[in-house]
Design a protein around this ligand. Sequence first.
Ligand code: SF4
Ligand code: SF4
Length: 175
Amino acid sequence: MTLTIDYDFRKQIQGFNLSVNYCYQCATCTGICPVAKMTNGEFNPRKLIEASILGLKDKLIELQQPNVWYCLTCQKCVEVCPQKVELTEIFDVIKNSCVKEGKIPDAFNSQAISVLETGIALPFSDPIMKRRKTLGLEDYKTADPKEIQTLLKGIGFDKLLRFEAPTTNEKEGGK
Ligand code: SF4
Ligand code: SF4
């Protein structure tokens, strides 16, 4: 795939968080990132910022190389960046664009559906509920799911999600 500069996308990122312009590609963020370490550099926050500065939308949204969804939002990179680049905020713009273009990973799509239907991202499993009972803890409580649905549907959240079961190919990451 030939990568082209998408000026609108670049403007969108800069409009959301101007700090992206201050990055001078020192890679301090990548040096401290636990995910970069665990993936031997396959995930690389410096490269995400570089592609954002250049407006390489295809690389960030279509190819997802590096894959922004690997970020744990631990904020270590933000703490050490000498230029005070707000990396995770910039990653939010990239993630939002992925969602709008139907490129949300299955795991996050499932969590979003769970929030919509039950009010929580990760429902407690039966063993956890039993353990809570054994420990004398109360049942967990959440806000009324109907209220949550009204709010989320009001902003069109449900229209961004995939409700059909993933195909075998999708389950395997489209490889
Ligand atoms: S630490 Fe900051 S200035 Fe250095 S590459 Fe990362 S974002 Fe850019
Ligand atoms: S916030 Fe994301 S990119 Fe930054 S150090 Fe943590 S995992 Fe890495």
